[in-house]
Design a protein around this ligand. Structure first.
Ligand code: FAD
Length: 638
């Protein structure tokens, strides 16, 4: 219909938490027509999730926002584990581990409150193309025109939205009003809806091509699809609060995990603004019993923390936020509906215990996986089939994490005890293993015959590259500016595919011939999917990493096939910024990239990376035809 309260948009996102805001930021960067709504008058103001994993930071960098997190976040370098000791009548330091396992990623695990994480994305999407969260709106009905699901020009998904009255006062969220800080109006002013006075209730109808439910653990979209979160809680409930502490604990601003004899466990995580996030185990529940949230007061959380930390003293001169929750690990069987026109992401389809700091990270990584796929189908670059890989890849990852989370929570809550069920070495090994796992760098997507190839022999070409895993970083030198460059960070989240060629040392004529042949084949492949008059690297960008010094490459590059150094608008010049060298840099040492990736320069290889940096496949230098066949499966010829 064309009535004034009805509109069309390509993607409608319900829910502006981390998952929804991350998706909106990605889509606004890719200039996709997008609307994002939220029923709340304002974003999270304090508290909630606060851990940002290594892989999340790498993705933020690809999105161009990591520098903002560098400025604001807080890093924990070490974790101290405290155990009960009768001799001191309380806890004593038992061991220490490094928080981010060295070598895991160049970006370390940090903490920053969900309010600031959301704030950064609210700013970023506005800068990208003016997109803002449309607040005080909630969906009331979902109708899908199933006959038109296959029609790319149709808007088959219809959602009715109800505008909610603006609250007279700000909702307290999970905080007592006495604990508010006065600066909360800064974020507030960045969102629409709140400045509307008076009665603006009413309904509107939105027709969209894709609907994404990022509406949290009680997701309306999930319930409307008839889907359920399955799984169990492990019957332990927790309190969490953010406070400034006054304590004689000698270990300062370190991350602490303290297991007491009779009072349970406390986890303390230092964060920005001199604050500490404190998690305390409050109690256990019988099967089917529910937490009485009203009975959990701030005083109880503080008293519990004091009891666990004996013989040390701790006071809380300022408390910013507190909450209470039950640890639950649940996952939905299906993340998609209506032939991949309706999706759910984030807490809407899986929940985790916050101990491993997963919730916010996994939620954003869901929509990172989905965003570029939707964009490339909407742009007519990919067949809609690729959308189904979202379900395959993210549901599997969520399940894997939940299995892990279940085990880890039991270790953390003392249900598995050191000395009895596990020795200290085992605890330590489990901790280290968990750090690796929860950093997000361990996510590997299984072969699906479409976006990730089944290549058992790939390791022969690149020993340290995992097909399905993300492309890791090694330092190289820019062939035309001699800068030291982080190769992974060149794989920006701009919706483009990357073909990375490692031709070896092209001073050898065989290597140069192989590169030239491959280049000519790639030229055809790349042009096939490009729109008319576009730059050659519009859809697929070819990057070349030589095992030859940049001085040599500068003289040789002019004669390379154009696809390796494409001309770009508006001046139609070759920038040469697609060529790199594996050699020592002037200021940052030798990146040894070939060795790092496990590539033998005398054979070389080609790595195909998706727009989300995951490796689709590794090919030999003479496998141009196989690369063509790979793209042919899901890309649309223009
Ligand atoms: P959410 O962040 O839940 O965002 C959902 C958004 O959708 C919200 O803005 C909501 O207003 C909106 N919405 C919901 N329903 C509708 C509707 N019908 N219409 C319109 N909009 C709707 N994780 C940790 O790691 N550590 C913690 O300490 C921690 N504490 C938490 C405390 C609380 C009280 C909560 C609720 C969560 C906590 N989490 C914590 C979990 C973490 O916040 C989530 O995993 C993460 O926010 C998930 O992101 P999301 O975008 O999927 O969902």
């Amino acid at each position: 219909s064309n009535s004034s309260n009805s509109s069309n948009v390509d993607v409608l996102i319900v829910g502006a938490g981390p998952a929804g805001l991350f998706l909106a930021t990605q889509l606004s960067k890719l200039k996709i027509s997008t609307r994002i709504i939220d029923k709340m008058a304002h974003p999270v103001l304090r508290g909630h999730a606060d851990g940002l994993q290594c892989r999340t930071g790498e993705v933020f960098e690809a999105m161009g926002v990591q520098y903002r997190f560098d400025l604001e976040s807080h890093e924990c370098a070490e974790v101290i584990i405290w155990e009960h000791d009768d001799k001191v009548g309380g806890i004593r330091e038992a061991s220490r581990v490094v928080d981010t396992l060295p070598g895991l990623s160049r970006i370390r695990h940090v903490n920053l409150g969900q309010d600031r994480v959301e704030g950064i994305f609210i700013d970023a999407m506005k800068e990208n193309n003016g997109l803002e969260v449309d607040r005080l709106l909630e969906p009331t009905s979902l109708v899908v025109d199933e006959k038109n699901l296959g029609n790319p020009d149709a808007f088959p998904v219809t959602v009715t939205l109800k505008r909610l009255p603006a609250p007279k006062e700000l909702a307290n969220g999970d905080v007592q009003s006495g604990m508010y800080r006065s600066n909360l109006f800064t974020d507030e002013s960045q969102t629409k809806g709140n400045d509307v006075e008076g009665d603006h209730s009413g309904e509107e109808v939105v027709h969209c091509k894709y609907l994404v439910g990022c509406d949290g653990a009680r997701s309306w979209v999930r319930k409307t699809l008839g889907y359920r979160l399955e799984g169990d809680s492990n019957n332990v409930y927790w309190g969490a609060f953010d406070a400034v502490i006054d304590s004689d604990l000698p270990t300062g601003r370190m991350k602490h995990m303290a297991h007491s004899k009779d009072d349970g466990t406390v986890l303390m995580v230092p964060r920005e603004d001199s604050m500490i996030r404190i998690y305390t185990q409050m109690g256990t529940l019988a099967d089917g019993e529910r937490v009485d949230r009203e009975a959990v007061t701030l005083e109880k959380l503080c008293a519990k923390t004091q009891a666990v930390l004996k013989p040390y003293k701790i006071e809380f001169p300022y408390v910013d936020w507190y909450t209470c929750y039950e640890i639950g690990q649940r996952v939905c069987d299906t993340f998609t509906a209506y032939d991949d026109h309706v999706f759910i992401a984030g807490d809407a389809c899986h929940t985790h215990s916050p101990k491993a700091g997963q919730g916010m990270n996994v939620s954003m990584m869901d929509t990172f996986n989905l965003g570029w796929k939707i964009a490339s189908v909407l742009r007519g670059q990919s067949k809609p089939d690729i959308l189904h890989t979202y379900q395959l890849e993210r549901q599997y990852t969520a399940k894997e994490l939940i299995d892990f989370d279940y085990k880890w929570s039991r270790l953390f809550t003392g249900q598995i005890k050191p000395g009895k069920d596990a020795d200290e070495g085992e605890m330590r090994a489990a901790w280290e293993q968990s750090i690796k796992f929860t950093s997000g760098t361990g996510v590997v997507y299984a072969p699906d015959g479409l976006l990730v190839l089944d290549q058992p022999n790939a390791s022969k070409l690149a020993k340290n590259i995992t097909v399905g895993g993300h492309f890791e970083n090694h330092q190289v030198v820019g062939a035309f500016n001699a800068h030291s460059i982080k190769l992974q960070a060149e794989l920006k989240a701009d919706g483009r595919w990357r073909v990375l060629i490692f031709p070896g040392d092209v001073r050898e004529s065989d290597a140069l011939d192989a590169l030239t042949n491959l280049g000519n084949q790639l030229q055809t492949i790349v042009q096939k999917y490009n729109s008319k008059d576009a730059d050659l690297d519009e859809v697929i960008q070819v990057l070349t990493v030589f095992k030859t010094a940049h001085r040599e490459i500068q003289y040789l590059a002019q004669s390379l096939p154009e696809v390796l150094i494409p001309r770009r608008k508006p001046y139609n010049i070759r920038a040469f910024d697609t060529l790199y060298c594996d050699e020592p840099s002037h200021h940052d040492g030798d990146g040894k990239a070939y060795a790092g990736y496990g590539i033998d320069p005398s054979f070389g290889c080609v790595v195909v990376c998706r727009p989300d940096q995951h490796v689709s496949g590794v090919f030999g230098m003479s496998q141009g035809k196989d690369i063509a066949a790979f793209f042919d499966r899901f890309m649309v010829q223009q």
